[in-house]
Ligand binder design. Structure first.
Ligand SMILES: C[S@@+](CC[C@H](N)C(=O)[O-])C[C@H]1O[C@@H](n2cnc3c(N)ncnc32)[C@H](O)[C@@H]1O
Length: 216
């Protein structure tokens, strides 16, 4: 049965073939699933919850988790081969601080406690370049409303894009919610690691825009 979609998809449906390794690792999802996070939530530290939205091949997530073993990372992706790759890397590094949400990240928030999130990272969200597709962009005023209560008092939202027009969308959305959020153009994320899309942007000589939003 098809799941009813609550949000206009902000991702491209991909039906590429999975490698044998990806298939084997996807079968292990239960061990790293968001449901497991929920069952362990009370025993995990109340602080240090980080979200990585749209993790792609998972390289940022893995490096973040290695660098900050004390933090818990919830990583979300809809792209199955990315999920298989991330699980393979988690196993390789024997990491215990990553949980995976295999679906639209916007559905996580109704399952998180208020004021529980320290940091959200959205790196190179799908650009949806054509004007008629702009409404599919993940970053929007609605998204800022959705996460507001979930961020804790000092919580931070980082977003990075290499599309100038998407940067404009971010600026406009942040302006529209300027009563709730302080907004800054910044150079560095809390944790820096160049993702596949970051390297591609550098290679193609595109400008990179990085922003941080914090609660007022
Ligand atoms: C351009 S890629 C960037 C991947 C990675 N962050 C990087 O920098 O290499 C954007 C990713 O976001 C995922 N994505 C888009 N909308 C999403 C959503 N609502 N929830 C979870 N993942 C999403 C897509 O499937 C895609 O893999």
């Amino acid at each position: 049965m098809n799941k009813i979609k609550k949000f206009l998809p902000s991702y491209v449906n991909r039906h590429g073939r999975l490698t044998e390794s990806q298939k084997r690792h996807i079968a292990l999802l239960e061990d790293f699933d968001f449901a497991k996070f929920k069952s362990l939530e009370v025993s995990l530290s109340k602080s240090n919850l980080v979200l990585d939205i749209g993790f792609g091949n998972g390289d940022y997530t893995i490096n973040y988790a290695l660098n900050y073993p004390e933090k818990t990372i919830i990583a979300s992706e809809v792209y199955l081969s990315g999920i298989g790759s991330l699980i393979r890397k988690i196993k390789k590094e024997s990491l215990q601080n990553i949980f995976i949400f295999d679906g639209d990240a916007r559905e996580i928030f109704e399952n998180l406690s208020d004021s529980s999130v320290d940091e959200i990272n959205i790196l190179f969200p799908d650009p949806w370049q054509k004007a008629r597709h702009n409404k599919r962009r993940l970053f929007s005023e609605d998204f800022l409303d959705l996460i507001y209560k979930k961020l804790n008092k000092s919580g931070k939202l980082f977003v990075r894009t290499d599309w100038e027009d998407y940067a404009e969308t971010i600026i406009e959305s942040a302006r529209a919610r300027s009563k709730k959020y302080k907004f800054e153009k910044i150079k560095e994320l809390n944790f820096e690691f160049k993702t596949k899309f970051h390297l591609k942007a550098i290679n193609e000589k595109r400008k990179i825009f990085t922003f941080m939003l914090t609660k007022k």
